[in-house]
Write a protein that binds this ligand. Structure first.
Ligand code: PHE
Length: 345
């Protein structure tokens, strides 16, 4: 019997040497230690042996069983490691500590200009607010003095949602919320807020029109705010952003939420004022509509128009980025074309 056990041992060791993957290893386990395995058979036959042989063979078989289990475990681990090494050798090599050649991503030109303007206004005491994109008709229109059936609603071709809400057509949609959030300012401490945001209008897309664009709205409300304050802030804004003198013109403009209202145009920086598709051949670009906040708008925002005045402006952020960087076609900005968008610093 002992001979048989030693033969099993040799066979097992030879088998183990030939194993090259975990399936083969499992087959080997079953062949020797499974329910009908070679060693299991010997164990089963122990009951028919006399006491002395039983003791001897039993000890041998148990020792061998332990050895086999140990070897199977060790080899399983070895095979697993080998498999991992093989996979690693076959995969491309990465060294995550090497800096990437082109420094990875880049900021979108609109983000760059937005942050620049936020910094300028923050340094002048403005708070930055965020406006939501899905708005109620009330906030987008009524609260800024554009009642139902007012022709001004047609100026902004609106995307309505099936639940009656809409995609905001201008950042002015946040005016009412902001007035209510901060309330009437303390004397000598005007409320100064800047609120950039993405806006949507159902426009036919061409070189100078997009259905998705960015605006940046600003508001200053206090007990002593006048048009001179408005003009001062607009001048600072433009000279800081363009870092050079730009020709501007101020003309009357109509917006139901300001009175008086202005259009501040800049000389087209793409063509130098000669006329091009970007400025619709006019040489000028409407960039900064603005004005003194209409008393109705203040009143709806919970601020007494007899005590307070304020100005608001709605900078065309997308246009400003185009002018700053000489981007001729607005479609580049939403294109996701990394080659084009990566150039801006
Ligand atoms: N909300 C206006 C528009 O998008 C712009 C604007 C803002 C005009 C603030 C005046 C004051 O057309």
């Amino acid at each position: 019997m002992l001979e048989i056990v030693s033969k099993i041992k040799d066979e097992f060791e030879a088998g183990l040497k030939a194993v090259s993957n975990s399936e083969e290893l499992e087959a080997l386990r079953i062949k020797f230690l499974g329910k009908k395995g070679a060693l299991t058979d010997v164990l089963k036959s122990l009951k028919d042996m006399d006491a002395e042989t039983k003791k001897q063979v039993g000890m041998e078989v148990n020792a061998l069983k332990g050895e086999m289990e140990e070897s199977l475990k060790a080899n399983g681990k070895r095979l697993e490691e080998a498999l991992y090494d093989m996979a690693m050798a076959a995969s491309p090599k990465f060294d995550f500590t090497i800096p990437s050649e082109d420094n990875g991503g880049s900021l979108h030109p609109i983000t760059i200009v937005q942050r620049r303007i936020e910094d300028i206004f923050k340094s002048m005491g403005f708070i930055i607010e965020d406006g939501i994109e899905i708005q109620t008709e009330y906030n987008n229109f009524e609260a800024v003095n554009i009642p139902k059936d007012h022709p001004a609603r047609d100026m902004q071709d609106t995307y309505y949602l099936s639940n009656g809400q809409l995609l905001k057509t201008h950042t002015s949609a946040a005016q009412n919320y902001i007035m209510r959030k901060y309330g009437a300012p303390e004397p000598g401490k005007p409320l100064r807020v800047l609120f950039p945001g993405r806006c949507f209008r159902n426009e036919n897309i061409d070189a100078c029109h997009e259905n998705t664009f960015f605006q940046m709205e600003g508001m200053m409300i206090g007990d002593d705010i006048s048009i001179s304050n408005l003009i001062y802030f607009m001048k600072v804004l433009l000279s800081e952003v363009f870092e050079r003198d730009v020709k501007v013109r101020l003309r009357p403009g109509f917006f139901p939420f300001v009175e008086p209202g202005f259009e501040l145009d800049i000389n087209c920086l793409i063509c130098g004022g000669e006329g091009c598709p970007t400025c619709k051949q006019s040489g000028w670009l409407e960039l900064l509509p603005c004005g003194m906040i209409h008393p109705n708008v203040l009143r709806m925002g919970g601020i007494d128009p007899d005590k307070y005045t304020g100005f608001a402006f709605g900078l065309g952020l997308t246009r400003l980025a185009m002018m700053k960087y000489g981007i001729k076609d607005i479609r580049v900005l939403n294109s996701g074309n990394l080659k084009a968008l990566k150039q801006f610093k």
